[in-house]
Design a protein around this ligand. Structure first.
Ligand code: KIV
Ligand code: ZN
Length: 409
C-alpha cells in the first residue's frame, strides 16, 4: 500500500507573488476551479491581509471551491490571523497558515526581535489561530538557514500550541537534498508529539534544486509538498507541481508514493496559468514545456516513430497533451520527412524522397522554421500536380517549426 503525498498548491499565493503573476479575483477563481479539477488537496488561495482584493479573492475561492482544503496565509500578528480566518471561515475545509521567520539574519535585520521573543510569538500565534480554526499550519520562514537546535525549539512551541502541519520552508532555495533530508529526519526525531502533525516541505528554486530537495524530504517522512503550477513563485520560483507529481508517477519503483492528482489535467492547468499571467514556461521546461515531447533530431525521430518509449519516459497523453511533436529541422532524417509528406497526401518513392531530402537539408541549413508550404515547394511541380493535399492538412493549418518553436504545439 503506497502512502499518499498531500499536494498543497500555492500557485495563487507564492506563485502570485512572482513579478508579473498577480491575478484578479475572476482569474484566481478560474485557476482555483482548474486546480480542483487537477485534484490538488490544498489550495493556498492568497494572503488576505495583503490587500482588499486578495481578501475578496480568497473568500470567493473559499465559497465556491468546496472539495480541496482552502488555506489563507498570515503573519504572526493577531490582525493578520483574524483577517485570514475571515477570508476562509466559510470554506468547506478551512486552514490558517501562519509563518514567522526564525533565522538569525531575519530576526536581527527584518523582524528586529530576539530568539526568545520569536519563541514566544510562535506559540502565541499558533494558539490564537487554533482558537479560530482546527486546521493550523505553521512555517518557520528561512528554516534551512536557522540554527537547527533553535528551529526544533520553535517547532516544539508550534506543536504544543496545536499546529497540525509543520512546514519547513527553504525560503531562499539554499539547501541541498542530503542536508534537507537530514533536517527533516532531525525534526522527526526531536520534536515531541510530531506524530500529531504532518511535516510539509516548501522549496524555492534558486539553485534549481527545489524538486530534488522536496523529493529527498519525502524520503525522510515529509508527507505534504508545497508547489506551484509551472513552478512560478518568488525569484526562481517554487518546486513545480507537475515535476513532483510526474516524478512520483514515473519513478514509482524508487518513490513508492501516490498523489490524488489527475495527471491529464497537468497541461490544461499549465496552459490556463500561462494565459492568466501572460507568459508561458521556457520551451525546455520539464513536463509542460513546448519541447517536452518534441523531437527534431533524426535518430530520435526514427526511434520515437518506431516506439515512443525509445525517447519518452511518459506518454504525452498522461499529462494531457494530444500527441508528441515531430519537428522538421536541419537535424531531421528521412523517416520523419517521409511521414510528414504522407500526412500531407504524398506517398513518395525512394528516389523522390531522396531528392526531396537533399533539398530539405539544404533549406534547413538556411531557415530555422520549415513549414508545410516549404516542404511542398521541394517537390517537383509534376508530382505536386498529380497529388493534392487533403483539406484538413492544409499548409496553413499544420505549421511545423524547428528548434526555435517556443510556444507552438
Ligand atoms: O518561502 C517561504 O518561506 C514562504 C512561507 C511564507 C511559507 O513562502
Ligand atoms: Zn515561499
Amino acid at each position: 500500500m503506497r502512502e499518499t503525498i498531500t499536494i498543497f498548491d500555492t500557485t495563487l499565493r507564492d506563485g502570485e507573488q512572482a513579478p508579473g503573476c498577480s491575478m484578479y479575483l475572476e482569474e484566481k477563481l478560474r485557476m482555483a476551479r482548474q486546480l480542483d479539477r487537477l485534484g490538488v488537496d490544498v489550495i493556498e488561495a492568497g494572503f488576505p491581509v495583503a490587500s482588499e482584493g486578495d481578501f475578496e479573492a480568497v473568500r470567493a475561492v473559499a465559497h465556491e471551491v468546496r472539495r480541496p482544503k482552502i488555506a489563507a496565509l498570515a503573519r504572526t500578528g493577531r490582525d493578520d490571523i483574524t483577517r485570514a480566518w475571515q477570508a476562509v471561515e466559510d470554506a468547506a475545509r478551512p486552514r490558517i497558515h501562519t509563518f514567522l521567520a526564525t533565522s538569525d539574519i531575519h530576526l536581527q535585520y527584518k523582524l528586529k526581535i530576539t530568539r526568545e521573543q520569536c519563541l514566544e510569538l510562535a506559540g502565541k500565534c499558533v494558539a490564537y489561530a487554533k482558537s479560530l480554526c482546527d486546521d493550523v499550519e505553521f512555517s518557520p520562514e528561512d528554516a534551512t538557514r536557522t540554527d537547527p537546535d533553535f528551529l526544533i525549539e520553535v517547532l516544539q512551541q508550534a506543536v504544543d500550541a496545536g499546529a497540525t502541519t509543520l512546514n519547513i520552508p527553504d525560503t531562499v532555495g539554499y539547501t541541498v537534498p542530503e542536508e534537507y533530508a537530514q533536517l527533516i529526519r532531525r525534526i522527526r526525531e526531536r520534536v515531541r508529539g510530531i506524530e500529531r502533525a504532518v511535516i510539509s516541505v516548501h522549496c524555492h528554486n534558486d539553485l534549481g534544486l527545489a524538486v530534488a530537495n522536496s523529493l529527498a524530504a519525502i524520503g525522510e517522512g515529509a508527507r505534504q509538498v508545497e508547489c506551484t503550477v509551472n513552478g512560478i513563485g518568488e525569484r526562481a520560483g517554487n518546486a513545480a507541481l507537475e515535476e513532483i507529481v510526474m516524478a512520483v508517477r514515473v519513478r514509482g519503483d524508487r518513490l513508492p508514493y501516490e498523489t490524488h492528482i489527475a495527471t491529464e489535467e497537468i497541461v490544461p492547468s499549465s496552459r490556463l496559468l500561462a494565459e492568466l499571467v501572460g507568459f508561458s514556461t521556457q520551451p525546455n521546461k520539464a513536463v509542460v514545456g513546448a519541447n517536452a515531447f518534441a523531437h527534431e533530431a533524426g535518430i530520435h525521430q526514427h526511434g520515437v516513430l518506431s516506439n515512443p518509449l525509445c525517447y519518452e519516459i511518459m506518454t504525452p497523453e498522461s499529462v494531457g497533451l494530444e500527441a508528441n511533436r515531430i519537428v522538421l529541422g536541419k537535424h531531421s532524417g528521412r523517416h520523419a520527412l517521409a511521414r510528414r509528406y504522407a500526412e500531407l497526401g504524398y506517398e513518395l518513392t525512394r528516389e523522390q524522397l531522396n531528392a526531396a531530402y537533399h533539398r530539405f537539408t539544404a533549406l534547413a541549413d538556411k531557415k530555422k522554421n520549415i513549414y508545410d508550404l516549404d516542404l511542398l515547394s521541394l517537390l517537383p511541380a509534376e508530382l505536386r500536380r498529380r497529388q493534392h493535399i487533403r483539406p484538413t492538412d492544409s499548409a496553413e493549418g499544420r505549421l511545423r517549426t524547428s528548434r526555435a518553436a517556443a510556444g507552438a504545439r
